[in-house]
Each structure stands twice: as C-alpha cells, then as structure tokens.
Design a protein around this ligand. Structure first.
Ligand code: NAD
Length: 444
C-alpha cells in the first residue's frame, strides 16, 4: 500500500504514548501530524528529536521525518488528517475516577476545527477513560463543538493501547490484539485499516461498543495486577517458610496453561503511571453503580503493603544507622519514570527510619533525587555505591546490575548483606566472597 492511499493521521498529545504512536505510524507509511499544547514538544518533533526516553523512538522519528510533522494549530491538524488519535492525560481525581478534563478540552478544539473541514473524519480516544464516558460526555462534547452528529460524516472510536513504558514501540508494532470500541462500522473499519497496516503481524481485532471496550481496557490491567499481587502474596509466605522459594513455586504454577507464567514473579509491587490507579478506578466505579470489586480492592491493598514488607525484611537484617545502597529507582527497568515507584517509597521510609541511604539508577537517578531530595545520598557510580555500603538492596531489576563485580563486595572482615528483591544478580558469582550474605526475597 502506498502512503497516498492510506488515511492521513493526526496524533493529539505528543507525550510518552502519543509521540511513539506518531513515530510508529510514520514508520509504517502514514503521513502523520502531531498536535500538542506544549510548544517545546511540537518544536522537538519538528526538529526530529523528542525529549522522551523510549527505545527506538528518536531513531524512528529521524528516519521518517519526511512523513512526520507537528503543530500547535488544531485547524492544521484536522485539515491534514482523516483520523485523529487523542492521547492526552486522564489523571485520577480525588474519588479514584479518571478525569476527562483534558479529553474534553481536546474535543472542544478538535470539534471547532472540524466545523471548517468538509468530509469524513474519525476521532479516536486512546487515553484511558472511565467506562461509560466515551458514549456520553465525550461524544456530547465533540458533537456540540463540531456541530456534527456522530454517524455519517463523523466517526468516534475508543481504542486504548496495551503498551509498557520501555517497550512502547515494540508493543505497538507487535500487539497481542487490537481493541476497538466503535460508534458504527464505518468508523471501526477505518481504524482497523490503520492497524492492519501499522502492526507488523496482523493481530486479531476485537470490535465492540464503547462501554465494552472501556471495561475491557481497565479489566486487562486489573487482571494483570491481580497476578502480580498474588505472586507477591506468595513471596511474603516464602519469606517466612523455611525451605520455601517463591521462584520454584511460581515456575510450577505458571506452567499450568490455565494460569500462565507472565507477571507471576514474586518481588516488588507494581508502580508507574497506569497500573496503580486502575484498581482504584475499577473499585470506585463498582461502588458508584452498586457492584462489588473485592478482588481489585485486595490487589491494591497487597500492592500497597509491599513497601512495609520490604522495610520489615530490612529491619530484620540491619539496625538504623546502617549504610544502605539502594539500586534501581525507576518503577521498572528501561525507563526513567519514578511515578508510584516502590523503590522510591522504600528509600523514603528507610531514610526516615534512620538508615544512611545511597541511591543509584542507570536512568532515573535525577527524577528520583527530585522527589527524595537530601534524604538520601546520590551515588556517583555503581561501583562506589556497592563498595560503600553494609547492606545492598537491588530494588529494580535493571540488567546492568548483573555485572556487579564480586570484588566490589569484599569487606576485609566486615560484613556485607545483599537483599536482591528481584533475584537479579547471579547468586553463584557471590558465593565465594568472604563475609557476604546473599538473600533473594521470597527465599528462606
Ligand atoms: N504512559 C503509559 O504507560 C500509558 C499506557 C496506557 C495508557 N496510557 C494513557 O494514555 C494517556 C496519555 O498518557 P501519557 O503517558 O502519554 O501522558 P503524557 O502526560 O506523557 O502526555 C500527554 C500529552 O498531552 C498533551 N496535551 C494535554 N492536553 C492537550 C490538548 N488539549 N491538546 C493537545 N495536547 C494536549 C500534553 O501536553 C502532553 O504532551 C493517558 O490517558 C494514560 O492513562 C498511558
């Protein structure tokens, strides 16, 4: 298919998700225009280099500059596209619901611009929204601003992405499936055409009404986090049961095809911009409509307990005043994001309890120090952090930490304890180091 026969696309919101989507679409032959209210991001996209840390993102932007531009002007974005993906923030409000504030602002600007455009256009909501809102307040705002009715010449879809930060480009190119909530067949057909061209392998496409798609998105995330909390509940048991090893148990559990091995590693809680708020929103929705969400509530409670679980392990190993090096601050490897990071919460709690905490991260050190301030000491290097501590905690499973040199762990008669929360280090490498105790969490 040539780029001229493909629908032209605008991406509204050039953030952590929008910028990669624009780049991936351009790399697959689409002509793409980005729209953002932030001039820095618009200028950066036009200059071919975004200030967003995501593998392959800037390489794709540079390689596909000819088909990729950005603007602050909604009229230009609408005029130069046939479909608009809206990927603006939907922050949680005080009740746990996702706020549609930014989505509704975008409907207002896009709708006004649509008044000046002739011909069919599809608006695609990709931001995570509460079940029931695309077909009600979002549709109403778009219709009011555009003066058009959703139907013959205006399509509306709800189409969330299932990506993880650190692998957004790969996840967009190779999704397990595509989820489309559609106003009608014409709108869904255009979106399906876009995805079948964009994805490297033709994924199955699940098409449904808005509310089923909205509920599916939030259910996927609450189900996956339930597996994580289940594995962490097992790790807590294994910490206290002599001879137990959570990896042995979850490996056997995951081999059962009814359960599956993914997201079943007992370690730390889940963090980041999405997972922690999804169970809260799910439970808030259930309460509002008179249903129960005990599983989502328990998943959230178990997750919040992980900080206490780890600091409890530390209290058994070392007294206040001990020099601790905490390695890994991002909420997961391969991202600088520290939002809802359990490592940062653990560093805070340990520092507040009186431990002397030095922190290190390959990418997230600056972002973490912005939160932690002078409660902690910033490591100048991995090697100095390891050499200068009495207790080493590996809190995020960055592969870089596998390369820790056992020579850095020698203490000449003093003791060093390693608490490896994700069992990241090759434990065998450290077995010959004198005065060293290696402990994996979830292993007794
Ligand atoms: N980041 C993730 O891992 C992830 C995963 C799945 C879903 N989501 C969902 O995607 C949405 C966006 O998340 P993100 O992480 O990309 O957010 P982000 O904060 O990184 O980016 C949002 C962008 O939208 C822009 N924006 C705000 N209002 C706008 C408007 N009216 N018009 C044009 N641009 C506007 C902002 O300037 C910003 O650049 C959220 O609903 C989030 O829940 C995110």
């Amino acid at each position: 298919m040539t780029s001229t026969s493909l629908p032209r696309v605008s991406v509204v919101g050039l953030g952590k998700l929008g910028a990669p989507l624009a780049a991936v679409l351009a790399s697959r032959g689409f002509t793409v225009i980005g729209l953002d209210v932030n001039k820095t991001l618009v200028d950066a996209m036009n200059a071919g280099k975004m200030p967003i840390v995501e593998p392959q993102l800037n390489e794709l932007i540079a390689a596909n500059k000819a088909r990729l531009s950005a603007t602050l002007d909604a009229n230009e974005a609408i005029e130069k596209s046939d479909a608009s993906f809206v990927i603006v923030p939907t922050p949680s409000d005080s009740t746990g619901f996702f706020s549609n504030r930014f989505v509704l602002q975008a409907m207002e600007t896009l709708g006004k611009a649509l008044r000046n455009k002739k011909g069919y256009h599809v608006v695609v909501i990709t931001s995570t929204v509460m079940p029931g809102t695309t077909g009600s307040e979002i549709k109403a705002a778009l219709e009011a601003a555009s003066g058009r009715k959703v139907g013959a010449d205006l399509g509306l879809c709800y189409n969330p992405e299932f990506i993880a930060l650190g692998s957004v480009v790969r996840d967009m190119l190779y999704p397990d499936s595509i989820l489309i909530g559609e106003s009608d067949t014409k709108a869904g057909d255009m979106l399906q055409t876009i995805y079948l061209q964009m994805c490297e392998k033709k994924p199955p496409v699940q098409r449904m009404n808005f509310v089923n798609a909205e509920l599916t998105k939030i259910s996927v995330n609450t189900y996956v986090t339930t597996k994580i909390s289940y594995a962490n509940m097992l790790a807590d048991l294994c910490d206290r049961l002599p001879g137990a090893d959570v990896d042995v148990v979850t490996r056997a559990l995951g081999a059962d095809s009814r359960i599956g091995a993914k997201y079943l590693q007992g370690a730390m809680g889940y963090g980041g911009p999405c997972f922690p708020r999804d169970n809260v929103a799910f439970a808030a929705l259930a309460r509002k409509i008179g249903a129960r969400a005990d599983v989502a509530e328990a998943t959230d409670r178990i997750n919040n307990h992980q900080v206490e679980r780890v600091t409890g392990l530390v209290a058994k190993l070392a007294k206040a005043g001990t020099r601790i090096a905490l390695l890994g601050l991002s909420y997961k490897p391969h991202t600088p994001v520290v939002e809802e990071s359990h490592s940062v919460k653990i560093a805070t709690k340990l520092a507040d309890t009186g431990y002397v905490v030095t922190v290190h991260d390959p990418l997230a050190q600056d972002a973490a120090i912005a939160v932690l301030g002078d409660k902690v000491v910033e490591a100048s290097s991995l090697d100095s952090a390891v050499r200068g501590c009495d207790l080493l905690i590996v809190a995020t499973g960055w592969p870089e930490y596998k390369a820790i040199d056992p020579a850095w762990c020698k203490r000449n008669g003093q003791h060093l304890t390693i608490l490896d929360l994700w069992r990241t280090l090759p434990a065998d490498k450290f077995s010959d180091v004198a005065d060293l105790i290696y402990l994996g969490s979830g292993q007794s």
